[in-house]
Design a protein around this ligand. Structure first.
Ligand code: ZN
Length: 964
């Protein structure tokens, strides 16, 4: 019977809600587990990509519940910030692209869009969409704790957070660089940029070369390499200007002149000129009495730095390769007044020596990475390779004036400072990579003079953040260096804007706290939200004393209750609930939030809360590809989550997203996979319906085998789940178990066993399987669980426990023996292309078993030398027969060595197994599988039929085969 997925989704959602299965209340008799996932930003419906993070968090929550924890898994909605505002403006202006996205991709009804001129209506609409999607996906959320970041009590909570930071001196106003959109006149963070890129910037040194009284600055991160300059690079097609910059005359790109204005430099453009006009001219090198030539180069981006680049071919692989390319293509120079001799005269000047490099270091690293042209993407890697190598290990050579002998790290600072003092250099903040605002404008760095910022530069604060990272669990742990790097890298960060939705800065109401600053400790608010939503706590009753008491335990309950006009009882109930559920046990998010949100989350927790309330775990996941491609509007391959659920059902979507990859890998989502998963789920359900009889008679060999195998799967899957290796877990539950059951049924059928006689065993396997499937495919698992005769939700059942007493090594090895024999036989049939009427199996004789066990025990002690093993065997009368056939011993040792370690250990414990008995048990099965008569003989059976004398090659676990 086909499954009506929608009906079962409806049915179970209703039951869960009625039974309040996901409402978490403090219960001191149970261990608690608090799982949170980054709350969504309601400016679009969720798609399959979002589905991965939320589904993973839900699976985690459900798994921990089944492990006996009292799990709290809540959800809120993040309204804060400018993107919704910007969207509303674009819609009001009838922006075609956005209207099209809303109607054709997001399927927003036309009449709704008219109301979107009010930003709050956009937020409310998508909030509702996302919430319904989460419910349809079956997320086990305690919805009593839902809130938005513009709720009155929430804004009081954020005001409290900011007053705390300000008291500690960590929020300040001052001149401060921010990523900036010149078009919107507003600071930009990751959420405001195309592709969600964090605008990262750094401080460049501008080295001033000279031409006819003009300074020609070039931006660099390696000022110490000025001694190795051989030439300059300029883009001949780009526009440059002569301008006075704070009363000094400079030549820079037009784009650079624009950027300097945002850095509060005083710029007066005098005239424009093309890059071509400067090519071929000679420029004075600062600190040195020599000149270098300007060469044209199309790779120079006029928007990077000053649009002019100094060339240090001995230490910069890009420069070395660009010069080589130019020498190969001299005709490029013909339209500039440069002759070939000028180019040929350029020779790399080595100024740094470092262990491991001789000659020209840039050339060495180019050869190492096998780079052939300047377009090779490996140049980036080569550059950072030599950059860090020379920084840590390099020493300045004799041709670097009084810097000779200094290590590079020190020389870099010295050269920079000396040149700044002599006005031979300047500094400039610039973006590390170009970033575009969502409005399309190219972002710049702006120095804001009255900006409010959070001082993440504070050394004590950084060290506490590192302590927290070191004490918490990161999943996967390979993500840790990214956190440490971010903590070290973070500087002051703008925390307020002039526009957008959110909480006003409590002491300066012209400012609104921005979205990456009001979303760092909100997990604590889920405790309070429940009391706001059920009406027992009102906005007017909440003040700083309330938060101090509930969240930090500061103050006196009677005094605080009085000041809030609430009962001491209620106050303490809220406080106790916070004490019970906090800290966060697991925080889930996509990897893109490591450099901002997740790190801010750590910073703010360590500052505001005592160590006992610091987060205990962060789980980071990668992104989702759609049929192998990145999801994007331009590919038209964004699938909204709700429509996917409508088309395929929630369970198949959930499993397909998670089965495709482990945590950090990209998960490829394909519709074929979804269909395949759905069919498999339906088959598992059918089986639950089919096998109704609960008990079994005597256990046969295959029964013992599958029950033992089940224990291995449970043990393995539990280990995988504890590390959230969900792909491995799902492969066990869905694919490996399918294979095992398939094999088992074939074995049982061959013996003509009735369904009733195997039903008890099959149900034991299904019982564990459905429990393990439940966190992943909750709806169909409930149906299966019900079909197996249970009357309570599977969510209230426990996760299966590994039971060592059910592990049966004899059964494990016996079945493996049959599996291998069948594979060997099929192989021979395939190779010889014969169609056997009769298959003869010969099992090894007892002295071979003695020899095998001895050899095995020697190998396990690390003695794998053939001569040594032979000597031992020959000296023992029970195995001295090996003298006649040393070849057999050699092959036994090979057998043992090719066996995995756990299998060797099992075999060593088993001693001897009766292979004839095992094959007799499987005789009918083997006959069916091979479509032939089966004859089974011991090697030393004198009555055996053995026309080709094959029996003598039989070895333990490796019977000999003959077919005719
Ligand atoms: Zn913009």
């Amino acid at each position: 019977m086909p499954i009506d997925w929608h009906a079962i989704q409806e049915k179970w959602r209703k039951k869960w809600e009625e039974q309040k299965i996901f409402d978490a209340e403090p219960d001191p008799s149970k261990r608690k587990y608090f799982v949170t996932v980054a709350y969504p930003y309601p400016n679009s419906p969720q798609h399959i990509g979002h589905g991965r993070t939320y589904t993973l968090a839900d699976v985690h929550a459900r798994y921990m519940r089944m492990q006996g924890y009292n799990v709290l898994f809540p959800m809120g909605f993040h309204y804060t910030g400018t993107p919704i505002l910007a969207m509303s403006r674009r819609l009001a202006a009838n922006d075609e692209e956005l209207v099209d996205t809303f109607t054709s991709i997001y399927k927003v009804p036309k009449e709704k869009i008219a109301s979107f001129k009010e930003p709050i209506n956009i937020a409310r609409y998508f909030h509702n969409e996302i919430k319904q999607g989460m419910q349809e996906m079956g997320y086990s959320i305690d919805w009593r704790r839902e809130f938005t970041t513009i709720d009155d009590v929430y804004t009081k909570f954020i005001s409290w957070q900011f007053r705390k930071l300000k008291e500690k001196g960590l929020v300040a106003q001052g001149s401060h660089p921010v990523g900036w959109c010149p078009n919107d006149g507003n600071a930009v963070g990751q959420h405001d940029t195309i592709g969600d890129v964090e605008p990262e910037f750094t401080e460049y040194t501008l080295i001033k070369f000279e031409l006819d009284g003009y300074k020609v600055p070039t931006a660099t991160l390696r000022p110490e390499t000025v001694f190795g300059v051989t030439n300059l690079w300029i883009n001949p097609e780009a526009e440059y200007v002569k301008a006075s910059v704070d009363c000094e005359n400079w030549i820079i790109s037009s784009k650079c002149a624009d950027k300097l204005k945002f850095l509060n430099r005083n710029i007066n453009v005098q005239s424009k000129l093309s890059g071509k006009e400067l090519a071929g001219k000679k420029f004075g090198v600062p600190l040195a009495n020599r000149t270098v030539t300007m060469f044209p180069a199309s790779f120079v981006e006029p928007g990077d730095g000053t649009g002019i680049v100094m060339s240090v071919p001995a230490h910069a692989p890009y420069d070395y390769q660009a010069l080589e390319d130019l020498k190969q293509n001299k005709s490029l120079l013909s339209s500039f007044s440069i002759d070939n001799n000028q180019l040929e005269a350029v020779k790399p000047i080595v100024i740094i020596e470092s262990e491991g490099y001789s000659g020209v270091p840039a050339l060495a690293v180019i050869n190492k990475y096998k780079i052939k042209t300047q377009d090779d993407p490996k140049l980036e890697e080569a550059t950072s390779d030599i950059y860090s190598h020379e920084f840590y290990k390099g020493k300045m050579l004799d041709n670097t004036m009084h810097y000779a002998g200094m290590n590079v790290a020190r020389a870099r600072e010295k050269v920079k400072q000396d040149m700044l003092d002599k006005k031979l250099a300047d500094i400039m903040l610039d973006l590390i990579k170009p970033v575009r605002c969502r409005c399309g404008a190219e972002c710049v760095v702006k120095l804001l003079s009255d900006q409010w910022f959070i001082n993440y530069l504070d050394a004590n604060w950084k060290s506490l953040a590192h302590d927290c990272i070191n004490s918490m669990q990161l999943m996967p742990d390979e993500i840790k260096p990214e956190f440490d790097y971010t903590v070290d890298w973070l500087k002051e960060r703008a925390c307020a804007r002039k526009s957008g939705l959110g909480t006003k800065l409590p002491w300066d109401e012209d400012w609104i706290i921005e979205s990456l600053s009001d979303s760092v400790i909100y997990m604590a608010y889920y405790i309070i939200a429940k009391y706001v939503n059920n009406g027992s706590l009102r906005d007017a009753q909440v003040n700083d004393a309330f938060f101090d008491y509930v969240l930090l335990g500061n103050g006196n309950a009677n005094g605080v209750a009085k000041s809030c006009k609430i009962s001491v009882e209620l106050l303490n109930t809220i406080r106790n609930e916070f004490e019970y559920f906090y800290p966060v046990d697991s925080r889930h998010s996509g990897r893109d939030l490591v450099p901002n949100h997740l790190t801010f989350f750590i910073f703010n927790h360590v500052e505001i809360f005592p160590e006992s309330k610091w987060p205990r775990q962060i789980v980071v996941n990668g992104s989702v590809l759609m049929e192998g491609k990145k999801m994007s509007k331009s590919f038209g391959n964004i699938v909204p989550l709700r429509s996917a659920v409508r088309d395929h059902g929630a369970d198949a979507i959930r499993v397909s997203i998670l089965v495709a990859a482990e945590l950090l890998q990209d998960a490829d989502f394909t519709l074929d996979a979804v269909r395949g998963i759905r069919e498999r789920l339906e088959r598992i359900y059918d089986m639950c319906v089919q096998f109704t009889k609960k008990d079994s008679a005597k256990l046969e060999l295959e029964d013992q085998w599958i029950l033992s195998k089940l224990q291995h799967i449970v043990e393995n899957t539990t280990n995988a789940m504890d590390k959230l290796r969900v792909r491995e877990a799902l492969h066990n539950i869905i694919y490996s178990m399918d294979q095992d059951i398939h094999w088992y049924l074939k074995r049982a059928t061959a013996k003509e066993r009735s369904n009733d006689s195997i039903s008890g065993v099959v149900r034991q396997v299904l019982d564990a399987r459905v429990r393990m499937l439940a966190p992943f495919a909750p709806f169909i698992s409930e149906e299966m669980w019900e079909a197996l005769g249970n009357d309570r939700s599977v969510m209230l059942a426990s996760w299966p426990k590994f039971d060592e007493t059910k592990v049966n090594f004899v059964a494990d090895e016996s079945e493996t023996l049959i599996i291998n024999l069948l594979a060997d036989a099929h192989n021979i049939i395939k190779v010889t292309k014969m169609k056997p009427k009769k298959v003869f199996i010969y099992t090894a004789t007892s002295w071979k078993w003695n020899a095998y066990m001895k050899a095995l025990s020697m190998v396990m002690q690390g003695k794998i030398n053939f001569g040594e093993i032979m000597k031992q065997l020959v000296s023992d009368t029970s195995t001295s027969k090996v003298k006649e056939t040393p070849e057999i011993v050699k092959r036994m040792i090979d057998d043992i060595l090719s066996d995995p370690l756990n299998s060797r250990q099992r075999k060593a414990r088993l001693e001897f197994i009766d292979e004839v008995q095992i094959f007799e048990d499987a005789r009918s099965f083997l006959g069916k599988e091979l479509d032939a008569d089966i004859a089974i003989y011991r090697e030393d059976d004198s009555s055996r039929v053995d026309p080709k004398n094959k029996a003598q090659v039989a070895r333990p676990y490796r019977p000999a085969l003959y077919m005719e």
